[in-house]
Design a protein around this ligand. Sequence first.
Ligand SMILES: C[S@@+](CC[C@H](N)C(=O)[O-])C[C@H]1O[C@@H](n2cnc3c(N)ncnc32)[C@H](O)[C@@H]1O
Length: 684
Amino acid sequence: MGSRSRERRSEAVQSTNDSSALSKSSLAARGYVHDAFAALLVPGTARRAPLIHRGYYVRARAVRHCVRAFVERTCAAPGSPRAQILSLGAGSDSLYFRLKTAGRLAEAAVWEVDFPDVAERKAQRIRDTPDLCALTGPFQRGDPGSNLCFESSDYRILGLDLRQLQRLDQALAAAGLDAAAPTLLLAEAVLTYLEPDDAAALIAWAAQRFSNAIFVVYEQMRPQDAFGEFMQQHFRHLNSPLHGLDRFPDAEAQQKRFLQAGWTACRAMDLNEFYRCFLPAEERRRVENLEPFDEFEEWHLKCAHYFILAASRGDSLSQTLVFPPSETFPRIDPASPSGVFPASVVTGDTQGPGLRRYGHASVLLSPGVIFSAGGFGEQEGRHCRVSKFHMLLRDSDFEWKGNQIGSWGTGAQWDGRLYHTMTRLSDTQALVLGGRLSPVTPALGILQLSYEKEDNSSEDPNVTVTKFGPEDSTLSRWRHSTTEVSCENQKYLFVYGGRSVAEPVLSDWHFLHVGTMTWVRIPVEGEGPEGRHSHSACSWQGGALIAGGLGASEEPLSSVFFLKPITCGFLWESIAIQPPITPRYSHTAHVVNGKLLLVGGVWIHSPAVPGVTVIDLSTGLSFEYQIDTTCVPWPLMLHNHTSILFPEEQQLLLLGGGGNCFSFGTHFNPHTVTLDLSSLSARQ
Ligand SMILES: C[S@@+](CC[C@H](N)C(=O)[O-])C[C@H]1O[C@@H](n2cnc3c(N)ncnc32)[C@H](O)[C@@H]1O
């Protein structure tokens, strides 16, 4: 790399601090954390989205947890040497000011290092802000030409490149850092910006230099899966690529890395585990209710792609249990796969517009006609709640072709809902129930969609939207399921679960009589499933199979229930599964030859990527199948998608899917993909 492009990359890396500082300031402004200083340390303001707030919240809490463990251990013992916190790549972080106001720096001091420009800007901002100066007390600049930009009795800011270890070492010693004193080294979202060899040298230097220390790291991992690839693409586009993720792809590899570099104890975990095991349930509830929120998939995926690590060494600190063992987060090791379902593209760019959307619904209207409606996606070059319908039509050569169509006539129009359900009524009609416009605005009313295509006409087909039925609260829900069931030879739609503005999960159900379009009461015996949304539901033997979902407290579920038809109603039966399946949600499901297939989705208890879980409904035995994505454009995100089964052809079409991936942008799967299920019949 030439010196100009090295410089540009270095500027890009420095600007990651600006974005991070604005997010931290927005986080505090919305009440997620108490931090009166974040806003003072950054010029300007930005209001971040709830998903970004949650991501930064869990990061702040994870780092705070480690800092507290260190401070409590080192500042408790009277007469012990002054503790030191050395923040590497500190950027505009407000840690010093938070510790100072909390009275935590009586026996401790803070050193910060960042590139000279970043360090100088921060020092200047502190000097210019009376509220900050009041906390630092008297201060001075370092000598001209020195790396010291700011110096007070307990706070120093140094402008240095972390890749120049000798200079770093000398400058820190000159600024009074005592290598024998208990030291916390903090690298919050920093090491992945260094080339792996530079990061390795820094970790090894710290282990050699500090005899009694804790090294805390927060950063990205899991580069190989779809979300990980999307995350890496984002940082590459920013010209600040993430380094070292392939060498240290998970928490275990990170632990090993530190132990091999001279640290004597180390524990790392992903942020899902940290959130569930180290934050009290009450605090989680507080945060989960701060803002309307409906991006669970990407919240969990984001947390699965970051880790918090604490490595320690030395007489006293190596015994500090920053993360005491926790029993409450069961890790489920993926069962060895029983087979593979190869994926291939069915509609490329030349076969009409793709279905670049998520949170939509799809139905098979007739053998070669798949109709999709709603969701959030790309339309006319914009990201929006899509108003156009999508048809996938199979021609006489058995090739699928996509087409976007608008609604017709002067009547009702598509209202822009997502997370609704859609059920086939006839070869040309579908019924839409529930859904939402925003997380605080449910979609109102039942919609009937009628699709018309004149035979041999070259005109585009039309869809008419008819709104009917009372706008009652029964359907003020989304992320629910609608399943065709039958009772005494009558067909009903069984609407179950979901969430609403007032309820994070719903556990109620309703039967819609299809002939008369009226809600009816049908007796249901047995203990029903716990409330959930984003579960799967499919018709089986006249009843409905409900699987997984996200439960109360935002916990993925593994239970599978059968709403079984009995003489004059239904009975809830729980299905025992062996081995137990990994809790998941936002998947789709189908029954093929007495086997329930759970396709894709999101889970947080396993490091593997959810493929297809197959449950034999007669024995309860479960098997894992991987999805081979080598022949499809990557990344392919299998959540918020829909799927249509073609049992005779042993094919499963996967349509749309993706989501708003944290600060990395929005991903839409570009193509419709098919899974070849033929290896399933080989097991029979
Ligand atoms: C994403 S920001 C994080 C800032 C801060 N740790 C926080 O969490 O708010 C990454 C920071 O690391 C700094 N950084 C990256 N590489 C560095 C290097 N080689 N030397 C000094 N600082 C570096 C950047 O300038 C930037 O301030």
